[in-house]
Design a binder for this molecule. Structure first.
Ligand code: 4AD
Ligand code: MG
Length: 433
């Protein structure tokens, strides 16, 4: 991309002393010592110290430097010099400087509380920490796409306005649809299932919405959902797709975003083991037993909550699967295990520290069983007429999964809270900004 002769700060760090360079960006730090003004410039690639000095800068450059408050946008030109006190050991001694957009009294000065920062999210997203996350997120999304492309999946575009629940009525967001009720999609799954009859293997990245009552550090109301569906695939096939996808994206981040991980104080060694598949597998039953040994008051048929998932994660260094959940506690579309009709051919992928990042299953492909399961979940088969057609006309064994993109990013970037995995998080009772 031509940049009109401007270099990124990263490129300037690679130049020899005496070289000339033009840069542009925003003022990250500012210090006025009278005869010298130090400006640390921030751009998408990093930071660079600029110095305006009575010694070598024209007088108007020093004057202009005094207008360059925190977060003002500036363009500058100067000569590269080494100085061990500068970040990265390099500085630019200014010959030209222009403030393009002033910034008087930038509202974020450091040390503010979380509510204040969230109210100013549109400004906070400029922070160096969050910038590293956006860069990692970019690589993650590209890696997901690359993986599906390399495996011959078709990318498709499901709707967001829907008529019925996929993942239970309790977390549906209602929308007024010309006097009728519509819902924001919880999952594209049912639509992806419809598309495998022509394309066999499909995937989509789309927003999903969950009106989760629980306020946790891993729940958003609106998140990005990476979903795939494969005709002719059984549960084990699908688990292989999931682990290869996750291992591939993890490898990509380790190959391309080491500096960003370092900035976030993340050790690559934590992620290295996840490059290798297969990932460990335990059954739901084994998980319950293990939790009871760890002192949890839990019995067969109970859901695994955040605490349980965290405790199980302590035993692993890599992502791991939990399989064969009781049919009753899982979604209506999951296939009954032919070996044990109490169980579903369902799996979750969990990662240490975060818990569930993927939910998937083989789908019930038998018409009668599906109707029976819809009723067992207190849903109305009439709401799923079109979905039942998929079992009437050329039903086929198939499986699929959904991965929470922000959950994955939370894990890979080592974030304490899911809100920092997405620029404008929707969580708690706020929509601003
Ligand atoms: O386990 P879930 O509910 O599964 C489904 O929606 C399936 N229909 C997907 C499919 O098979 N096509 O959600 C899938 C993943 C979870 O594992 C989690 O990572 C993420 O979506 N997720 C959330 N992420 C952030 N905030 C929330 N409120 C989330 N709810 C689910
Ligand atoms: Mg789930």
């Amino acid at each position: 991309m031509p940049r009109d002769g401007y270099l990124y700060t990263r490129e300037v760090h690679g130049l020899e002393p005496g070289a000339r360079a033009r840069v542009r960006g925003w003022v990250y730090r500012y210090r006025d010592l009278g005869s010298k003004v130090f400006i640390v410039l921030r751009d998408p690639e990093g930071i660079l110290q600029l110095v305006a000095s009575a010694e070598y800068s024209p007088r108007e450059v020093l004057e202009e430097a005094r207008r360059a408050d925190i977060e003002a946008s500036i363009v500058a030109e100067g000569v590269v010099a080494r100085d061990p006190r500068a970040p990265g050991g390099v500085e630019l001694r200014l010959e030209k400087l222009r403030v393009v957009g002033e910034s008087r009294d930038f509202p974020i000065k450091g040390g503010e509380g979380i509510d204040y920062l969230l109210d100013n999210r549109h400004l906070w997203i400029r922070s160096r920490k969050l910038t590293q996350v956006w860069r990692i997120r970019h690589t993650v999304l590209r890696a997901f796409r690359e993986y599906f492309e390399s495996r011959g999946f078709w990318e498709v575009s499901p709707p967001i306005l829907t008529q019925a629940a996929v993942e239970g009525g309790a977390t549906l967001f209602k929308v007024d649809f010309f006097g009728d009720v519509a819902y924001l999609s919880q999952s594209a799954q049912l639509y992806l299932e419809a598309l495998i009859f022509s394309l066999e293997r499909v995937w989509a990245l789309s927003p999903s919405f969950r009106a989760e009552r629980s306020r946790t550090r891993r729940h958003l109301y609106e998140y990005w959902h990476l979903e795939a569906e494969e005709a002719w695939a059984h549960m084990e096939d699908e688990m292989r797709t999931v682990e290869e996808l996750v291992a591939y994206a993890t490898k990509r981040v380790l190959d391309e975003r080491l500096e960003e991980l370092e900035q976030l104080r993340q050790k690559p060694e934590r992620l290295e083991p996840a490059k290798k598949t297969p990932y460990p597998r335990i059954t739901y039953e084994e998980a319950i037993e293990r939790l009871r040994k760890k002192g949890f008051d839990i019995s067969y048929g109970d859901d695994l909550g955040a605490d349980e998932e965290r405790a199980l994660g302590e035993d692993y260094e890599t992502p791991f699967f939990i399989t064969h959940f009781p049919l009753r506690i899982k979604a209506f579309y999951m296939k009954e295990d032919p070996q044990d009709p109490e169980k579903a051919l369902a799996f979750d992928l969990l990662v240490p520290g975060v818990g569930e990042i993927v939910g998937g299953s083989e789908r019930e492909d038998d018409y009668e069983k599906l109707v029976q399961h819809i009723k067992m979940h207190n849903l109305d088969p009439r709401d799923y007429e079109w979905y039942l057609d998929l079992r009437r006309y050329g039903s086929v064994p198939h499986s699929g999964f959904g991965l929470g993109v922000e959950r994955y990013i939370m894990w890979i970037a080592g974030l304490d809270h899911i809100r920092d995995a997405i620029p404008f998080p929707r969580f708690r009772d706020r929509l601003y900004p």
